[in-house]
Design a binder for this molecule. Sequence first.
Ligand SMILES: CC(C)(COP(=O)(O)OP(=O)(O)OC[C@H]1O[C@@H](n2cnc3c(N)ncnc32)[C@H](O)[C@@H]1OP(=O)(O)O)[C@@H](O)C(=O)NCCC(=O)NCCS
Length: 184
Amino acid sequence: MHNAFLIGERIYLRPLSKEDVPQILTYLNDGEVARTLNWHRPLTKEAEEQWLDKVLVDERQTVLAIALKENDRFLGGTGLRPGLEKDRRAEFGIYIGAKEEWNKGYGTEATRLIVGYGFETLNLNRIYLHVFACNRGGIRAYEKAGFIKEGVLRQNAYFEGRYQDTLVMGLLREEWLAQGAEKQ
Ligand SMILES: CC(C)(COP(=O)(O)OP(=O)(O)OC[C@H]1O[C@@H](n2cnc3c(N)ncnc32)[C@H](O)[C@@H]1OP(=O)(O)O)[C@@H](O)C(=O)NCCC(=O)NCCS
């Protein structure tokens, strides 16, 4: 492992670096990865480097790379975007750009790791996400990590030729703690 920050069973999360940018571009410019991220513009090296310059020094942001323990392969990224300080809330996001690694449980594992960090270290009270209703794999991974469907934003996004619904899913600190207690 290199520069591991949060360590799971098969993956670990580490800080992103500018050296990751070429691989990030390959991942996020791939239509199959980008489609469920609602990402619709070409991503450039310059834009990605500028974004990294900003978020890596912003202590409110959590932005991490997902890597495989067995060979350090960089699989994708995940992060928590904070809301107002007083609300103790953050929005969760994730992508695994290595498509051949989908459906192996890595998304669920990465979600659990960063959510645990959010509640236990950052002292968040609520973590939530938005996911297209058609993104069955994403919804399943979030449910496995403990997220609950909270509501539907009808026709929230224009996607593949039509307006599609977006789900809001959330996980509260008290629910996360109760899940931990159940496992013991
Ligand atoms: C969403 C994403 C992070 C999930 O990561 P992952 O490693 O593939 O997820 P996991 O393997 O942990 O879990 C996926 C689950 O969904 C299931 N699944 C996949 N496709 C499915 C489908 N069409 N219908 C029902 N379940 C499905 C898998 O079988 C698995 O469940 P299981 O373990 O019970 O068998 C990943 O697919 C991804 O990055 N996709 C592209 C970008 C994206 O959509 N990001 C999220 C935006 S909200």
